[in-house]
Design a protein around this ligand. Structure first.
Ligand code: PLP
Length: 295
């Protein structure tokens, strides 16, 4: 059905002196290279929802997110590709000017409903929604079909080459899929949320076999979801200069920062072979002032 180019999801091998001195190898799975809009993990998380919508002959997808959401733009793009109408239920009042994310999603045919923060918390749909041809995808694609899709990420790398897999965590759907698909690897998640200890439970409830071989780390959020500090932005620029790998300040910048500080702190035993999932999301950087990032 949907066809982002899986062959573009190559593995990079950044070779920083730190990795050598700590005797670990690090590969980065570049899911950000798969598709210009539906980047990273979002296509994987969406695909079984969309398949189900098609099977049930629904023609209208409704989903939820913020004004800079990678999930919103990915859903708009996927709907556009598949000929499904899309509506984004957006957190916050209608802005006088759309974010670049909403502008693009709108160009891709997405309609918006803006809810204030209270209404959004309750995921209150406007009267008349959902209609009988409407299909609702939960916020961030969280749910069993999302995790099943995320497990398919394993098809674009050889898991047996690795001892550890590290990913950024928002809803935990991607991480749950990876844990299900990689029983022999230790999966470590870097939460980008501040003190969201519900995540462990949310992830566990998507696991096939009640596994416990995962670690979720809560100390790398830089102040909370979508918050950033000068140190984070500096790190992202330095990391790009050293490796050629761009990152976003909401997810993957925090992920790469965490991976390097975990390696420095000897979190991974010597000879660990670490795969870091670059889950995309670069479009979110357009919310930063021009010139903040060197890429
Ligand atoms: C959405 C997103 C995540 C979080 O994925 P979850 O499955 O919600 O945990 C991680 N990285 C990027 C770039 C994302 O856009």
């Amino acid at each position: 059905m949907l066809s982002p180019d899986l062959s573009c999801a190559i593995t990079d091998h950044p070779d920083l002196p730190l990795f050598n001195s700590e005797q670990v190898t690090v590969d980065v799975l570049r899911l950000d290279k798969m598709h210009e809009v539906i980047s990273g993990n979002k296509w994987f998380k969406l695909k079984y929802y969309l398949e189900q919508a098609k099977q049930q002959q629904k023609d209208h997808i409704i989903t939820f997110g913020g004004a800079w959401s990678n999930h919103i733009i990915a859903t708009a793009a996927a709907g556009h590709l598949l000929g499904l109408r899309t509506t984004g239920i957006i957190r916050g009042e209608r802005p006088s000017r759309y974010s670049t994310t909403l502008e693009k999603a709108s160009e891709l045919g997405m309609q918006f409903v803006f809810l204030n923060r209270e209404e959004y918390k309750e995921k209150k749909l406007p009267a008349g929604l959902p209609g009988k041809n409407d299909y609702i995808i939960p916020e961030g694609g969280y749910g069993p079909p999302g995790a099943t899709g995320a497990a398919d990420i394993v098809n674009v790398f050889s898991s047996r080459n690795y001892t550890h897999i590290v990913c950024a965590v928002g809803t935990g759907t991607t991480m749950a899929g990876l844990i299900n698909a990689c029983p022999m690897q230790q999966v470590t998640g870097i939460s980008v949320l501040k003190n969201n200890f519900e995540l462990e439970k949310n992830i566990s409830s998507l696991l096939d076999r009640g596994q416990h071989n995962f670690k979720l780390l809560h100390d790398h959020h830089f102040g909370g979801y979508a918050k950033h500090t000068p140190a984070l932005l500096q790190f992202m620029n330095d990391f790009y200069a050293q490796t050629g790998i761009p990152s976003d300040f909401v997810y993957t910048g925090k992920l790469f920062f965490a991976v390097t500080s975990l390696i420095r702190g000897k979190y991974f035993p010597p000879h660990s072979k670490i795969l870091v999932i670059h889950s995309g999301g670069l479009q979110g950087n357009t919310s930063l002032d021009k010139g903040t990032l060197i890429f």
